[in-house]
Design a protein around this ligand. Structure first.
Ligand SMILES: C[S@@+](CC[C@H](N)C(=O)[O-])C[C@H]1O[C@@H](n2cnc3c(N)ncnc32)[C@H](O)[C@@H]1O
Length: 209
Protein backbone atom coordinates (compact mmCIF):
# COMPACT_ATOMS: atom_id res chain seq x y z
CA UNK A 1 0.00 0.00 0.00
CA UNK A 2 1.43 3.45 -0.91
CA UNK A 3 2.69 5.58 2.01
CA UNK A 4 -0.02 8.29 1.61
CA UNK A 5 -2.74 5.64 1.68
CA UNK A 6 -1.26 4.01 4.81
CA UNK A 7 -1.13 7.42 6.50
CA UNK A 8 -4.77 8.17 5.60
CA UNK A 9 -5.81 4.76 6.95
CA UNK A 10 -3.91 5.36 10.21
CA UNK A 11 -5.54 8.78 10.63
CA UNK A 12 -8.96 7.25 10.03
CA UNK A 13 -8.27 4.57 12.65
CA UNK A 14 -7.06 7.24 15.07
CA UNK A 15 -10.30 9.26 14.67
CA UNK A 16 -12.34 6.09 15.15
CA UNK A 17 -10.39 5.19 18.32
CA UNK A 18 -10.82 8.70 19.78
CA UNK A 19 -14.56 8.71 19.04
CA UNK A 20 -14.83 5.30 20.70
CA UNK A 21 -12.94 6.40 23.84
CA UNK A 22 -15.05 9.50 24.39
CA UNK A 23 -18.33 7.60 24.07
CA UNK A 24 -17.51 4.40 25.97
CA UNK A 25 -17.04 4.80 29.70
CA UNK A 26 -15.26 1.48 30.29
CA UNK A 27 -12.74 2.18 27.52
CA UNK A 28 -12.10 5.68 28.87
CA UNK A 29 -11.59 4.37 32.42
CA UNK A 30 -9.01 1.92 31.11
CA UNK A 31 -6.74 4.87 30.33
CA UNK A 32 -6.15 5.00 34.11
CA UNK A 33 -4.24 2.54 36.33
CA UNK A 34 -6.39 -0.24 37.93
CA UNK A 35 -6.70 1.33 41.44
CA UNK A 36 -8.11 4.50 39.82
CA UNK A 37 -10.42 2.46 37.56
CA UNK A 38 -11.90 0.72 40.58
CA UNK A 39 -13.04 4.08 42.02
CA UNK A 40 -14.80 5.13 38.81
CA UNK A 41 -18.27 3.79 39.58
CA UNK A 42 -18.82 6.02 42.59
CA UNK A 43 -16.36 8.88 42.16
CA UNK A 44 -15.69 9.81 38.51
CA UNK A 45 -18.15 11.35 36.03
CA UNK A 46 -19.30 8.92 33.27
CA UNK A 47 -18.38 10.10 29.76
CA UNK A 48 -22.01 10.61 28.66
CA UNK A 49 -22.73 12.75 31.75
CA UNK A 50 -19.56 14.79 31.09
CA UNK A 51 -20.60 15.42 27.50
CA UNK A 52 -24.17 16.50 28.39
CA UNK A 53 -22.76 18.80 31.08
CA UNK A 54 -20.29 20.35 28.65
CA UNK A 55 -23.08 20.90 26.08
CA UNK A 56 -24.91 23.00 28.68
CA UNK A 57 -21.89 24.87 30.11
CA UNK A 58 -19.85 25.61 26.98
CA UNK A 59 -22.26 28.08 25.42
CA UNK A 60 -19.61 30.55 24.19
CA UNK A 61 -16.05 30.39 22.92
CA UNK A 62 -13.14 31.63 25.04
CA UNK A 63 -14.92 31.03 28.37
CA UNK A 64 -13.52 29.38 31.49
CA UNK A 65 -15.29 26.52 33.21
CA UNK A 66 -14.26 25.19 36.63
CA UNK A 67 -14.73 21.65 37.91
CA UNK A 68 -14.83 22.00 41.71
CA UNK A 69 -13.07 18.84 42.91
CA UNK A 70 -11.77 17.50 39.61
CA UNK A 71 -10.52 14.07 40.76
CA UNK A 72 -8.67 12.30 37.92
CA UNK A 73 -9.96 14.84 35.41
CA UNK A 74 -12.67 12.93 33.56
CA UNK A 75 -15.09 15.85 33.26
CA UNK A 76 -12.43 18.32 32.05
CA UNK A 77 -10.87 15.88 29.58
CA UNK A 78 -14.14 14.78 27.96
CA UNK A 79 -15.50 18.33 27.90
CA UNK A 80 -12.19 19.62 26.53
CA UNK A 81 -12.31 17.10 23.70
CA UNK A 82 -15.77 18.24 22.57
CA UNK A 83 -15.19 21.98 23.10
CA UNK A 84 -11.62 22.80 22.07
CA UNK A 85 -12.18 26.59 22.19
CA UNK A 86 -13.27 26.58 25.82
CA UNK A 87 -10.81 26.12 28.72
CA UNK A 88 -11.77 23.63 31.41
CA UNK A 89 -10.06 24.06 34.78
CA UNK A 90 -10.03 21.47 37.54
CA UNK A 91 -9.09 22.06 41.17
CA UNK A 92 -8.32 18.95 43.22
CA UNK A 93 -7.10 18.59 46.81
CA UNK A 94 -5.36 15.21 46.30
CA UNK A 95 -2.04 15.58 44.47
CA UNK A 96 -1.99 11.93 43.36
CA UNK A 97 -5.30 12.43 41.49
CA UNK A 98 -3.98 15.56 39.77
CA UNK A 99 -1.00 13.48 38.60
CA UNK A 100 -3.34 10.85 37.10
CA UNK A 101 -5.31 13.61 35.36
CA UNK A 102 -2.10 15.09 33.88
CA UNK A 103 -0.93 11.71 32.68
CA UNK A 104 -4.18 10.97 30.77
CA UNK A 105 -4.25 14.55 29.47
CA UNK A 106 -0.81 13.88 27.91
CA UNK A 107 -1.97 10.58 26.43
CA UNK A 108 -4.99 12.24 24.82
CA UNK A 109 -3.20 15.50 23.86
CA UNK A 110 -6.02 17.65 25.31
CA UNK A 111 -4.49 21.12 25.61
CA UNK A 112 -7.52 23.03 26.91
CA UNK A 113 -7.75 21.17 30.24
CA UNK A 114 -5.82 22.73 33.14
CA UNK A 115 -5.40 20.82 36.41
CA UNK A 116 -4.53 22.58 39.66
CA UNK A 117 -3.58 21.04 42.97
CA UNK A 118 -5.21 22.70 45.99
CA UNK A 119 -8.38 23.40 47.89
CA UNK A 120 -11.21 25.11 45.97
CA UNK A 121 -11.39 27.69 48.80
CA UNK A 122 -8.02 29.05 47.59
CA UNK A 123 -9.42 30.03 44.17
CA UNK A 124 -10.73 33.36 42.99
CA UNK A 125 -14.14 32.48 41.53
CA UNK A 126 -14.17 35.73 39.55
CA UNK A 127 -11.76 34.05 37.10
CA UNK A 128 -14.33 31.44 36.03
CA UNK A 129 -17.58 31.79 34.09
CA UNK A 130 -19.49 28.56 34.72
CA UNK A 131 -19.17 25.60 37.08
CA UNK A 132 -19.40 21.80 37.27
CA UNK A 133 -19.90 20.09 40.63
CA UNK A 134 -20.08 16.33 41.25
CA UNK A 135 -20.91 16.45 44.94
CA UNK A 136 -17.26 16.70 45.95
CA UNK A 137 -17.97 17.29 49.65
CA UNK A 138 -20.18 14.22 50.10
CA UNK A 139 -17.18 12.12 51.12
CA UNK A 140 -17.14 14.09 54.40
CA UNK A 141 -20.44 12.59 55.49
CA UNK A 142 -20.41 9.58 57.77
CA UNK A 143 -20.74 6.12 56.22
CA UNK A 144 -20.00 7.23 52.66
CA UNK A 145 -17.42 5.48 50.41
CA UNK A 146 -14.08 7.25 50.67
CA UNK A 147 -11.50 7.68 47.89
CA UNK A 148 -8.59 7.08 50.32
CA UNK A 149 -7.41 7.97 53.83
CA UNK A 150 -5.10 10.84 52.92
CA UNK A 151 -7.54 13.68 53.68
CA UNK A 152 -9.21 14.72 56.95
CA UNK A 153 -12.96 14.27 56.56
CA UNK A 154 -15.79 15.45 58.83
CA UNK A 155 -19.41 16.55 58.73
CA UNK A 156 -18.21 19.99 59.90
CA UNK A 157 -16.03 20.22 56.78
CA UNK A 158 -19.01 19.23 54.63
CA UNK A 159 -21.05 22.12 56.07
CA UNK A 160 -18.14 24.56 55.83
CA UNK A 161 -17.42 23.71 52.15
CA UNK A 162 -21.10 23.71 51.16
CA UNK A 163 -21.59 27.12 52.80
CA UNK A 164 -18.38 28.47 51.25
CA UNK A 165 -19.40 27.36 47.75
CA UNK A 166 -22.91 28.78 48.28
CA UNK A 167 -21.41 32.21 49.04
CA UNK A 168 -19.10 32.10 46.01
CA UNK A 169 -21.92 31.07 43.66
CA UNK A 170 -24.15 33.74 45.20
CA UNK A 171 -21.70 36.44 44.13
CA UNK A 172 -21.60 35.38 40.47
CA UNK A 173 -23.48 37.46 37.88
CA UNK A 174 -26.84 36.64 36.29
CA UNK A 175 -26.53 34.05 33.56
CA UNK A 176 -23.90 31.99 35.41
CA UNK A 177 -24.43 28.32 34.62
CA UNK A 178 -23.98 25.47 37.05
CA UNK A 179 -24.22 21.71 36.55
CA UNK A 180 -24.60 19.48 39.60
CA UNK A 181 -24.32 15.69 39.62
CA UNK A 182 -25.64 13.80 42.67
CA UNK A 183 -25.76 17.01 44.71
CA UNK A 184 -27.62 17.40 48.00
CA UNK A 185 -28.13 21.01 46.80
CA UNK A 186 -26.88 22.63 50.03
CA UNK A 187 -24.44 24.72 47.97
CA UNK A 188 -27.00 26.15 45.52
CA UNK A 189 -28.31 29.71 46.16
CA UNK A 190 -32.08 30.25 45.71
CA UNK A 191 -31.70 32.38 42.59
CA UNK A 192 -30.16 29.54 40.60
CA UNK A 193 -33.10 28.31 38.53
CA UNK A 194 -33.33 24.62 37.62
CA UNK A 195 -33.81 24.49 33.85
CA UNK A 196 -33.37 20.80 33.11
CA UNK A 197 -32.57 17.51 34.81
CA UNK A 198 -31.47 14.21 33.33
CA UNK A 199 -30.18 10.76 34.33
CA UNK A 200 -33.06 10.15 36.78
CA UNK A 201 -32.73 13.64 38.25
CA UNK A 202 -29.12 13.06 39.32
CA UNK A 203 -27.76 15.53 36.75
CA UNK A 204 -29.17 19.05 37.06
CA UNK A 205 -28.66 22.17 34.98
CA UNK A 206 -29.01 25.58 36.67
CA UNK A 207 -28.88 29.22 35.53
CA UNK A 208 -28.54 32.15 37.92
CA UNK A 209 -31.42 34.64 37.54
C1 LIG B 1 -16.87 12.82 43.34
S1 LIG B 1 -15.19 13.23 42.91
C2 LIG B 1 -15.50 13.98 41.32
C3 LIG B 1 -14.28 14.05 40.44
C4 LIG B 1 -14.48 14.76 39.10
N1 LIG B 1 -15.13 16.05 39.26
C5 LIG B 1 -15.30 13.93 38.17
O1 LIG B 1 -16.46 14.31 38.01
O2 LIG B 1 -14.85 12.92 37.63
C6 LIG B 1 -14.92 14.64 43.98
C7 LIG B 1 -13.48 15.11 44.10
O3 LIG B 1 -13.47 16.36 44.81
C8 LIG B 1 -12.28 16.42 45.57
N2 LIG B 1 -12.49 17.42 46.63
C9 LIG B 1 -13.31 17.31 47.71
N3 LIG B 1 -13.27 18.42 48.47
C10 LIG B 1 -12.39 19.26 47.86
C11 LIG B 1 -11.92 20.57 48.17
N4 LIG B 1 -12.32 21.20 49.27
N5 LIG B 1 -11.04 21.15 47.31
C12 LIG B 1 -10.60 20.48 46.21
N6 LIG B 1 -10.99 19.24 45.88
C13 LIG B 1 -11.90 18.63 46.68
C14 LIG B 1 -12.08 15.00 46.06
O4 LIG B 1 -10.74 14.77 46.45
C15 LIG B 1 -12.53 14.19 44.85
O5 LIG B 1 -11.44 13.85 44.04
Amino acid sequence: MPYQQQLAQLQEENVFLRDYLFTHDKAFNELYVPPVQSLARFHWTPVDVARKSADFLAQDKQIKILDIGSGVGKFCLVAGHYYPQVTFYGIEQRKSLVDHAESVKDTLCIENAVFMHGNFTQLNFAHYDHFYFFNSFYENLFGVRKIDDTIDLSSELYSYYARYLYKELDQKPRGTRLVTYHSLEDEIPEDYCLVLSQFDNTLKFWVKQ
